[in-house]
Ligand binder design. Structure first.
Ligand code: NAP
Length: 150
């Protein structure tokens, strides 16, 4: 697994969680090259894309021929130029993902319980401190899920 972050401290925590290769995307804006080198010239099998238009170019470069990109977030923006030729010439499968129904949520909880997956939790906030929780999220200091106690 290859992890990217702007924070070396977060990268160390990702290493402890099992990441094999760490890239600070602020220090290495063209991080796809590092992914290709680390994978012996092949590229990544699967890219989890949370950046959107600002990061998709690097994700396409980082993805192997026949690889898969899950488009989950658009943190850098919703529109921008895309190298459609790269999608085509590398036979990349670009899949949008949007959650979800109550049924999806129940299935996910069942899968978490069945596999023993332990999601990484950041901080808890009481529901009436929801604005503080959002400020914490906006600060980008969090690592893992921010929880509202209802
Ligand atoms: N499609 C859906 O149904 C769905 C479901 C859940 C979440 N989402 C969306 O997915 C996104 C991520 O959710 P999350 O819970 O994983 O959020 P998160 O825990 O806040 O993680 C955001 C990640 O994006 C990175 N990031 C932020 N700005 C970036 C940039 N300019 N360039 C590169 N990386 C950047 C952050 O890096 P740092 O380590 O540097 O902070 C962090 O690793 C959000 O936009 C969320 O709304 C969508």
């Amino acid at each position: 697994m290859i992890a990217t972050s702007s924070s070396d401290e977060k990268l160390e925590r990702l290493r402890a969680l099992g990441a094999d290769h760490l890239i600070n995307y602020r220090e290495t804006p063209k991080w796809a090259r590092s992914v290709v080198e680390f994978t012996g010239g092949e590229g990544a099998d699967h890219v989890v894309e949370v950046g959107g238009s600002g990061t998709l170019g690097q994700s396409l470069h980082a993805c192997r021929v026949g690889g898969h990109i899950s488009m989950i977030g658009v943190l850098t923006g919703v529109q921008g130029p895309v190298s459609t030729a790269t999608v085509m010439s590398k036979n990349i499968r670009l899949q949008g993902i949007s959650v979800g129904s109550r049924r999806h949520q129940l299935d996910m909880v069942r899968a978490i319980e069945a596999t023993g997956l332990r999601p990484v939790m950041d901080q808890h906030f009481p529901l009436d401190a929801i604005a503080e929780a959002f400020r914490h999220q906006a600060s980008g200091q969090h690592f893992g899920k921010i929880i509202l106690d209802v």
